[in-house]
Design a protein around this ligand. Structure first.
Ligand code: GLU
Length: 318
């Protein structure tokens, strides 16, 4: 019987893939393939300022190089396209119309500086801003006056409700949307659709049942679950995978050039990279080279390390 698992790669083409992205992509692929499932590749070029076509090409080429294949999306066809977010404007507009019809959207005129002033941040230590609802209850006249001066973003009202879910790797999670997040932006003032909206609308449209991604997005999941509920769709299973940290504890980022795939491919073959990552994530006892397919045969989430991973000095020698 064919498996009903549908996973997805959802890279943002804002830079070359780095080791952390490769680790997420590997676990995403293994999770779907080991269950006999399918994979979709969606290019998340929703932010025109940060996305470059050249990076999309690199990402596709790098996934191929690693042997992480997909069944739908760029180069593979499929019935749920377009598979680039920049081509999906009509789908996002339709979702916004539905949310608006529920009376849940409102224009927000706050500038960045104002947001810093009026935003409550009970968990200020993590640097997160929580919108306090300044534009939540403006009347028609106030809106008209402000509209003449500034283009608004659109926010979605959130209830005073704790959203709970069980992450396949991180366990039980809970977040009160009002207290820990606040009404959030679904369309920016420059007209660009927000990541939170686009990712949910697309995962629904593409039939995704399993989301494997970096732990930096764990915090976004309750907002996304709320959107699933509003849009009347069943949410996927979530697995938020550890972040890869430099030996000194810094998060590895796209700026770490020596660990992006351009630099790594100059020194290592695909199996050498995958073998080292399999070792680091707990899937193998040694860092010996290995093919993705061989890893799929014995893959189990119970073997994947849950804590953030420090890249040992020397594992990828420059
Ligand atoms: N495009 C997002 C990123 O590259 C990932 C979105 C997701 O997996 O939900 O960070």
């Amino acid at each position: 019987m064919a498996s009903s698992v549908v996973g997805r790669f959802a890279p943002s083409p804002s830079g070359r893939m780095h080791l952390g992205n490769v680790m997420s992509a590997l676990l995403c692929w293994l999770s779907a393939r080991s269950a006999g499932g399918r994979l979709v590749l969606r290019i998340e070029d929703i932010d025109p300022e940060r996305s470059r076509d050249e990076y999309a090409r690199f990402i596709i080429e790098d996934l191929r190089f690693l042997g992480l294949d997909w069944d739908e999306g760029e180069g593979a066809g499929g019935a749920h396209g377009p598979y680039r977010q920049s081509g999906r404007t009509l789908v996002y507009e339709e979702a916004l119309r539905r949310l608006d019809a529920m009376g849940l959207l409102y224009p927000c005129f706050c500038s960045r500086a104002e947001l810093h002033d009026v935003t409550r941040a009970p968990h200020a230590s993590d640097g997160r801003l929580i919108y306090g609802g300044r534009c939540r209850n403006l009347n028609v006249q106030e809106r008209a006056e402000l509209s003449a001066r500034r283009r608004p973003s659109l926010r979605l009202r959130v209830p005073d409700e704790t959203i709970r879910f069980v992450d396949g790797l991180c366990g039980p999670q809970a977040q009160n949307l009002r207290e820990e997040c606040g009404d959030f932006i679904v369309r920016r003032s420059d007209g660009a659709f927000a990541y939170q909206l686009a990712v949910v609308v697309d995962d629904i449209a593409m039939g995704v049942t399993q989301v494997v991604r970096g732990r930096d997005l764990l915090d976004s999941t309750p907002r996304q679950l709320y959107l699933y509920r509003l849009l009347g769709a069943r949410p996927p299973a979530y697995y938020h995978v550890p972040l890869l940290l430099a030996p000194d504890g810094r998060r590895l980022s796209k700026r770490e050039r020596d660990l992006d795939l351009g630099a790594l491919r100059a020194r290592y073959g695909a199996e050498e990279i995958l073998g080292r990552l399999a070792f680091l994530t707990g899937l193998r006892e040694t860092a010996a080279p290995v093919e993705a397919r061989a890893l799929a045969e014995t893959f189990s989430w119970s073997r994947v390390r849950r804590e953030n991973l420090y890249l040992p000095e020397g594992l990828f020698e420059s």
